[in-house]
Design a protein around this ligand. Structure first.
Ligand code: SAM
Length: 388
């Protein structure tokens, strides 16, 4: 059973000379090609920064050289090796798609797409490594305890939970493991390809060696017998605020959990597409909707709230958690209605929601716990109920 449906990971193919695709389908195909190209050319894009590091290190003062010349030569070799290992993992993610594409046409990815690939590696650290556990503990217990209090599972009732903007799907997995029926939703191919690799292929790979990370002791080499865990280096391109070089190149093992197979009553799925477009058509479908670092991805939060109000059953629960760091706020070509949290609460009250609870939580997002710099958000948590 595929949790992320494979058909969502290939846009409509067009081999027809008399092409009848409309322009949005062609845009979609081009975008998909760009994403695969960005995964494939990660190594070349990342090496540009290493080359600068190398060139700059040659300009070191003679005092610096006395102590660090050889050390920097060794560091450069180490960075190149780690980036090459990251590339192996990224190529594994897109392996099924690569087979159908003309790779001879690949060029270096744009800086925007290259940065999305680097963020995907950080997102893997946040969601699917033991290093991300502390960050996940900032929110997962809150969601689970709220679900268990307001929507307990019984023999006759398995409540359904929708998690839009679910990233790589870890929260969906953790909620589904508690016995809820969960549907994740995403519109980013970077995230959909990543979640497909981990949920469809890694978690249930039957050759995993239990309790044993896939890194050969004393080396950085992938254990070739075991493709169910991968060692990646999510901080390797982070040259600022490092306490030590060892921290910059430290390995992280993906995933931090395995299951032998999904149990028969397991109920988790993923939909691909823009949240409002997908769920405006699905009235009264879910007992709960969780916005987890998602509300500020809206052009206009009022539209998201309208969609939640449609797709939630009467009496259903709506949880919002995160800051208001508007994704489109600084983009000149996009619009963004920049509401405050007070405004959000007003929108909820006037959309037939009753506010049940509210709290503030200090949290980080894809933070390197060992970095000299961290952004800490005062994430707002709002619990609301759709009036009957
Ligand atoms: C800030 S990330 C949060 C990811 C995850 N919930 C977490 O906390 O780690 C927001 C996610 O929402 C997705 N997203 C943004 N706008 C969306 C939309 N309108 N429909 C579906 N997904 C969207 C993005 O692709 C991104 O993965």
């Amino acid at each position: 059973m595929d949790i992320v449906p494979s058909e969502t990971l290939s846009p409509p193919q067009c081999d027809d000379d008399a092409c009848s695709c409309d322009s949005s389908e062609i845009d979609e195909q081009n975008h998909f090609f760009d994403v695969i190209q960005a995964f494939s050319t990660y190594i070349a894009c990342s090496m540009k920064r290493v080359i600068k590091y190398e060139q700059d290190s040659r300009k070191m003062s003679s005092f610096g050289k006395t102590h660090f010349e050889q050390i920097f030569i060794d560091r450069i070799a180490s960075l190149k090796q780690k980036i090459a290992i990251n590339q192996e993992f990224l190529s594994f993610i897109i392996q099924p798609q690569l087979q159908t594409m003309d790779q001879s046409q690949f060029e270096l990815a744009s800086e925007w797409n290259a940065s999305k690939v680097r963020s995907t590696l950080s997102q893997f650290m946040r969601e699917w490594s033991s290093e991300g556990q502390d960050e996940r503990n900032q929110y997962t217990p809150l969601f689970l305890s709220t679900l268990e209090r307001y929507l307990p599972i019984s023999e006759t009732r398995q409540p359904s939970v929708l998690i839009p903007g679910c990233g790589l799907g870890r929260l969906c997995f953790d909620v589904a493991q508690r016995g809820y029926r969960v549907e994740g939703n995403e519109f980013s191919y970077f995230m959909l390809l990543g979640s497909s690799a981990v949920l469809n292929r890694l978690l249930v790979a039957d050759n995993h060696k239990k309790d044993q990370p896939n890194i050969t002791e004393g080396t950085d080499e992938q254990d070739t017998d075991d493709e169910s865990t991968w060692t990646i280096y999510p901080f390797v391109s982070q040259f600022n605020n490092n306490t030590s070089f060892e921290n910059q190149v430290r390995p992280v093992v993906i995933p931090d959990t395995h299951i032998d197979s999904f149990p028969p009553d397991w109920a988790m799925s993923m939909s691909a597409g823009e949240f409002c477009q997908v769920y405006d058509e699905q009235p009264s479908s879910f007992d709960c909707v969780i916005f987890h670092f998602f509300i500020d991805t809206a052009h206009d939060i009022a539209e998201y709230i309208t969609t939640v109000s449609t797709t939630l059953k009467p009496g259903g629960i709506f949880m919002i958690y995160g800051p208001l760091l508007y994704h489109y706020g600084d983009m000149e070509t996009e619009y963004s209605v920049d509401y405050t949290f007070d405004d959000v609460k007003h929108l909820l009250r006037t959309s037939h929601f009753e506010l049940l609870d509210e709290s503030v939580h200090q949290c980080t997002y894809c933070a390197d716990p060992r970095s000299l710099m961290k952004t800490v958000y005062s994430a707002h948590f709002i619990l609301a109920k759709k009036k009957i």
